[in-house]
Write a protein that binds this ligand. Structure first.
Ligand SMILES: [Zn+2]
Length: 212
């Protein structure tokens, strides 16, 4: 069976779900509209599906996924900016209460970023252009953590990129006003896939702490 056939069969299973409560909940979402309480920014990596790993149901998470779960700095320009559009919609129109940015261990995007910085081998393609927005996180990792094993360097770089994303989120106008009104909270999580551990960033200590 091709993967497309498997995906189609999966949809039919979803459509024909036998649990009447689940079916009713989905129908209500369709009829009444979504009201997700959290904007979740995650990596494109197929292993870190936010709804799956948080056991969230349809309607609960508004999700943005990109390579290495990065948040670009707000520059106030009129250029196409997917993150700015998603923030405006989810924060101003859906009134989400939280934004979670989640990084993860063994992230190929973070590895590509760190490798490019270490070897100064940037390509002109869209992948490296995107990863460059977290270049400072990789430079700090090279400067401070080069003595660590590679897996630990990747974690350190991923966590620095998350801290950077926290700063940048607060620069978006739609986020700023909600933060002032204390109607929005920002969270950075790091998912260690092998250990099945979740850590959260504490902005006061500037460190990640186990929340499992
Ligand atoms: Zn990743």
């Amino acid at each position: 069976m091709s993967h497309i056939d498997e995906l189609r069969a999966g949809f039919l299973k979803f459509r024909d779900v036998s649990d009447p409560q689940e079916r009713e909940t989905f129908k209500e979402l369709v009829d009444q509209g979504q009201k997700p309480r959290t904007l979740f920014v995650a990596c494109c990596d197929s292993r870190v599906d936010p709804a799956l790993i948080t056991r969230s149901q349809p309607g609960e998470l508004f999700v943005v996924r990109n390579i290495a779960n990065l948040v670009p700095a707000y520059d106030g320009s009129e250029q196409l900016d997917e993150m700015a559009a998603a923030l405006e919609f989810s924060v101003e129109h859906l009134d989400v209460e939280n934004i979670v940015v989640m990084g993860h261990s063994r992230c190929a995007g973070v590895k590509a970023l760190l490798t490019a910085v270490k070897n100064d081998t940037w390509s002109e393609g869209p992948l490296h252009n995107w990863l460059r927005i977290a270049e400072t996180a990789a430079k700090d990792t090279v400067a401070q953590d080069s003595h660590l094993p590679e897996a630990e360097q990747l974690k350190a770089c991923g966590k620095r990129a998350l801290a950077l994303s926290m700063q940048r989120l607060a620069s978006y106008p739609s986020v700023q006003s909600k933060l002032k009104a204390q109607s929005l909270a920002l969270h950075a999580w790091f998912f260690s896939m092998g250990r099945m551990q979740l850590e959260a960033y504490d902005p006061w200590s500037k460190a990640f702490q186990d929340i499992t």
